[in-house]
Design a protein around this ligand. Structure first.
Ligand SMILES: Cc1cc2nc3c(=O)[nH]c(=O)nc-3n(C[C@H](O)[C@H](O)[C@H](O)COP(=O)(O)OP(=O)(O)OC[C@H]3O[C@@H](n4cnc5c(N)ncnc54)[C@H](O)[C@@H]3O)c2cc1C
Length: 439
């Protein structure tokens, strides 16, 4: 009889989850595990790494995953602490033969994987890792990740010739049962209290509710029920409301939706209803997401350093404070930006939306990031850390990748300095957005 352990990471779903499929096929008994993070504070700014918005979305997603697993005849096992400790402890206690997990791209997560593998090797337990995060599987890339083109357009042209792999579904409807004696723990009260303290703002873009079922509901709504995908290319730069963009991001960031399922649905939509520039453009944006994932794999730690993936010294990476002088950071100007109290009304409105709802449009993100870097001349990492705290859809590769670009230390040949006054005129000509977020 074989016992497996499947470690859920940013793949909180049953559909298109090869890690789970393999674990089910291998095991007679199976431990489906999720390790809740300890609440930590950032290195540069004095705020928790996860806002209550993010905690709420995570807990909802975990409850939904647990419901799905229950329908398959098992339960989600929750633990809090360090993955590197908890996985081997459970392995030894329950005689696990094989550990299954998905690979991620960014340094912290890769470091975690290396530590797990090191300990598993030491205690003689096998593991299998899979890749389930992106639309294009790394094995389908026409180049090794180390040779990833540095410019997005080059990457896109090369990968567009490839089709994503098919969506995988578990062959058995039922999952192996838990080893005897293993009981799930309930969600920590501390996290439940933080999640419950979230107040839904009346002007929020969307009711974010975490979980695979909610993600699939949103996918169905945006494509099949409203046909909003037909006008995505024209509406995607707007800033007010639910349907100007897909709002798939939070579901993608925790893996409640797989990029391949979205792709598959868009293809079906194009076949059954309509294919136009807008339907293509959503796939184009998913390729941006893939691109940042692979950029993070390629550049490792540099993505998070002040000099970025280009290791470049620019105005925003010269020495107001260096990596070793974190304690000297003056947060006064940053606080004004964070709270939406700068002299720029357009920036302020966007920062308030983020503070009060945990979401901001792509147009808004570009403008406030540019303002922090190029107008306020602050270290871009302060802004990136605040986004990490607040964004319900926080994804390390997309967040730090986009900030590198805006700060001019990524590899984008175009200028990323935004004239916020002109942007406000172009994208909020009647001032409706600014009025919504001015108190
Ligand atoms: C400074 C900055 C920080 C950002 N941080 C994040 C982040 O932490 N997490 C995140 O998911 N996105 C991030 N983005 C990208 C983008 O703003 C969001 O993906 C988008 O606003 C989410 O809303 P949506 O799902 O409705 O997007 P849509 O416009 O409907 O796009 C569909 C999907 O394509 C992907 N996508 C679109 N634009 C980008 C992009 N520029 N980079 C990477 N993927 C993209 C996302 O997965 C998104 O869900 C950031 C952008 C900037 C400028």
């Amino acid at each position: 009889m074989k016992t497996g352990l499947v470690l859920f990471r940013n793949d909180l779903r049953i559909h298109d989850n090869e890690t789970l499929v393999r674990a089910i096929e291998f095991s007679d008994f199976l431990i489906p595990l999720y390790v809740l993070p300890k609440l930590e504070t950032h290195t540069l700014i004095p705020y928790p790494r996860r806002s209550n918005f993010r905690i709420k979305f995570l807990l909802e997603s975990l409850r939904d995953l647990d419901d799905s697993l229950k329908r398959m005849g098992t339960k989600l096992i929750l633990r809090t602490g360090k993955i590197e400790q908890i996985v081997p402890e459970l392995c030894l206690e329950y005689g696990v033969d094989m550990v299954f997990f998905a690979n991620l791209a960014c340094t912290e997560e890769v470091e975690q994987e290396k530590n797990i593998i090191h300990i598993l090797n030491k205690i003689g337990i096998s593991y299998r890792s899979t890749h389930t995060s992106t639309l294009i599987h790394p094995s389908e890339l026409p180049f090794p990740v180390e040779h990833l083109p540095e410019v997005f357009t080059d990457f896109r042209k090369m990968v567009e010739k490839k089709s994503p792999l098919a969506v995988s579904l578990p062959k058995k409807g039922r999952a192996p049962s838990l080893p005897s004696g293993l009981e799930p723990e309930s969600l920590p009260l501390e996290l439940i209290t933080l999640a419950n303290s979230v107040e839904e703002h009346p002007s929020r873009a969307i009711d974010w509710k975490g979980g695979e079922q909610e993600g699939i509901k949103r996918l169905t709504e945006y494509l099949w029920l409203t046909d909003c995908i037909q006008t995505y290319k024209e509406t995607r730069n707007q800033m007010l409301g639910k349907n100007y963009s897909s709002k798939f991001s939070a579901y993608l960031s925790l893996g409640c939706l797989s990029a391949r399922l979205i792709y598959q649905q868009i293809q079906a939509y194009e076949k059954e209803r309509l294919a136009n520039e807008s339907t293509y453009w959503l796939i184009f944006e998913l390729l941006w997401r893939d691109y940042f994932f692979f950029i993070a794999s390629k550049h490792g730690r540099n993505l998070f350093l002040r000099s970025g993936i280009q290791k470049k010294i620019t105005k925003s990476s010269t020495n107001k404070y260096s990596d070793s002088e974190k304690s000297k950071v003056d947060l006064g100007t940053f606080e004004k930006w964070r709270l939406g109290e700068t002299e720029d009304e357009f920036v302020n409105s966007n920062m308030k939306e983020l503070l009060l709802t945990g979401y901001m449009s792509n147009r808004g993100r570009q403008n406030v990031a540019s303002f922090l870097v190029h107008n306020l001349e602050l270290d871009w990492r302060l802004g990136a850390e605040w986004f990490e705290t607040m964004l319900i859809d926080y994804d390390p590769a997309s967040n730090y990748g986009n900030w590198n670009y805006i700060a001019g230390i990524g590899n984008d040949p175009r200028s990323r300095v935004f004239n916020t006054e002109k942007q406000a005129k172009d994208y909020d000509p009647l001032g409706e957005y600014r009025r919504t977020w001015s108190e």
